[in-house]
Design a protein around this ligand. Sequence first.
Ligand code: NDP
Ligand code: PYC
Length: 333
Amino acid sequence: MHPITLEEAHTLALNVLSRQGFSQEQSQALARAVVAGERDECRSHGLYRLLNCVKTLTAGKVNAEAAPVIDDIAPGVVRVDAQGGFSQLAFESGLPLLASKARTQGIAAMAINHCVHFSALWIEIEAITDHGLVGLACNPSHAWVAPAGGILPVLGTNPLAFGWPRPANPPYIFDFATSAIARGDIELHRRENKALPEGWGIDRCGHPSRDPEAVLEGAMLTFGGHKGSALSTMIELIAGPLIGDLTSVQSLKHDAGAGGSPYHGELLIAMDPKRFLGEKTEHFLQQAEEVFASITSQGARLPSQRRYEARARSQREGVWLPDHLYQELSSLL
Ligand code: NDP
Ligand code: PYC
């Protein structure tokens, strides 16, 4: 394993991306995202994703110099056209208007269109809770996941993330794929020659499999059976046709076997507790704290707690990259 500080990780990511042809703005936004993933020990969306950014660029499936265009389409709706670039810069560009609309209206939505997407959504949700707002985000991906009861991959890994700002604590945030696990984790198992846990996927014939290669070629499964399947379908709809963008099936078709990151849209919703609650805001935010306390007081943990602990550790001690990953990234400089 190769030790590296967070500053070095950021410089490495930035240099790889600029060297490969991404604009400064795109490189900065991408580097911030992958370093945050590595820092919080969400490795399926950490520095290893740089390999996929480069693969997507080499395949001609992303606009490396895209400058997002913001469109104020309704009092409560912002549209950001990512212009075929990665989602991160589009999100960062649209966030100030989304936050300002949420503060005025109480609730506002942002549709990001025409973006190449691999982001862990907690990064965006955390940026929304930093504004004191409640946030929700979701997007399709590539059609890799079979619906409950079926064996053909027609749904994406479709993440759903939610965040709640807490006055005296880090925000409550959950963020998960609606598949049993993110595809990135299956790819990491393949890279490390590790068998998958049961229940993550099936082979091409629909038989349960623990072989990462067979599952990558077959289909992943949803979490929670028909419940995950329905949530995933909802995401196909509200972050696809509703915002005028591609479904996971269409995204995979657009990729045409290039092996690039998914290309589609994303829906984000921001809500301002102060608009809903006025002078009762403090009282009701305190009730929310009681909900959290009722969970943690019995020894259960809140989602993101592991991440916040990992963050503190990485900020203190840096992170460790597998040697082969460090070498692969260095070879791109
Ligand atoms: P996990 O199955 O690991 O679930 C992650 C969420 O569950 C986190 O919020 C995590 O908090 C929480 N959690 C895990 N264990 C517990 C526990 N015991 N008690 C309470 N909370 C718990 O992640 P996934 O593989 O489903 O997703 C990983 C990432 O992949 C996400 O960030 C997602 O956005 C991203 N992704 C992105 C896609 C895209 O299209 N852009 C597609 C699919 C996934 P903690 O982090 O603290 O452990
Ligand atoms: O890990 O499932 C995944 C994923 C898809 C797009 C970005 N991440």
